[in-house]
Write a protein that binds this ligand. Structure first.
Ligand code: C5P
Length: 306
């Protein structure tokens, strides 16, 4: 049987990100709001006798340093009986950007292999495996992505849905927020990659000058007040990433000058997202930013809100 599954793997942005302290295991205790956007990789998975990972991007490794490979290894070793998977990653999400590109591919591989081989793994067990792959992977397993099997949309009766969660702990303790659709988000990625580990290594609590107000964010989210939601976006890792990559600050300032309600860095950066009130302003800003940055993406939330 030559079945083929294609699964969408949406990127995330961190609408807020606060670091509460350093833990004894070396990780940082986080409090962050993660939100899936419609910038997606497409993961093609076919049954095979061994694991292989290929991609249209020359920058992706094809061994276990690729989180998608690691995900396939873990799920097949734990639940399989000798089968493999041929994985092809159609890469659209920029790498090393703070948009969880590698984590979302890994989450899609877990979900895809579970469906492809009918393992029927309970969600809690999938989440356990995902947390072993990386701190952002459990969040990336949330939501309801589009899954196509042999040209049929498996979820045609179900809504494709993005997720928004407050994540705590390393990022794996998740509380879901109601669906809200943000229509105009402009992402600009400087031509520079940041290592998450390097950003956290250099992070110092006493250098933080502005922390997100999560209560205010949650109230704005509940009211679906986009202007207030945007004003509440804040990321303490900017204190480090703006030093390692000064373009982050320049992009933030430019986006806000071009009528973004607010521009904030995502994750450990260096991608910056601006939340806009209308399509015209967002499009105009993109046209201008394109002169200086080749990676700009005008996106919305993933899936439509309730
Ligand atoms: O979990 P993941 O492998 O994605 O994390 C990459 C690196 O980011 C970790 O090795 C760690 O240095 C840092 N990190 C952290 N605290 C977190 C998440 C990541 O210090 N909550």
């Amino acid at each position: 049987m030559n079945r083929n599954i294609i699964i969408e793997a949406p990127a995330k942005i961190n609408l807020t990100l606060d670091v509460k302290g350093k833990r004894s295991d070396g990780y940082h205790e986080l409090e962050t709001v993660m939100h899936q956007i419609d910038l997606v990789d497409r993961i093609h998975i076919q049954p095979d006798t061994s694991i292989s990972v290929k991609s249209n991007s020359p920058d992706l490794p094809n061994d276990s340093s690729n989180l998608a490979y690691k995900a396939a290894q873990l799920i097949l070793q734990t639940y399989g009986s000798g089968e493999g998977a041929a994985i092809f990653i159609e890469k659209n999400i920029p790498i090393g950007a703070g948009l969880a590109g590698g984590s979302t591919d890994a989450a899609a591989v877990l979900r895809g292999i579970n469906v492809l081989y009918n393992y029927n793994i309970p969600n809690a067990n999938l989440i356990d495996i995902s947390a072993r792959i990386g701190s952002d992977v459990p969040f990336c397993l949330q939501g309801n992505p589009r899954i196509i099997m042999d040209e049929n949309d498996l979820r045609k009766d179900e809504k494709v849905k993005g997720s928004t969660c407050v994540a705590r702990g390393r990022g794996e303790l998740l509380t879901s927020l109601n669906a809200r659709f943000l229509p105009w988000i402009l992402i600009v990625k400087p031509d520079f990659q940041l290592s998450t580990a390097e950003v956290y290594e250099n992070f110092k609590m006493d250098q933080v000058y502005k922390v997100p107000d999560l209560d205010a964010f949650i109230k704005a989210w509940a009211r679906y007040d986009i202007i207030e939601i945007a004003h509440c976006c804040e990321n303490v890792l900017e204190t480090i990433s703006t030093v390692l990559c000064p373009e982050v600050l320049a992009i933030k300032k430019q986006l806000e000058k071009m009528r973004a309600i607010k521009a904030t860095m995502s994750g450990s950066g260096p991608a910056v997202f601006g939340v806009f009130e209308n399509h015209e302003d967002a499009l105009k800003a993109q046209q201008i930013m394109r002169h200086s940055y080749c990676e700009t993406y005008l996106v919305s939330s993933y899936g439509r809100g309730d």
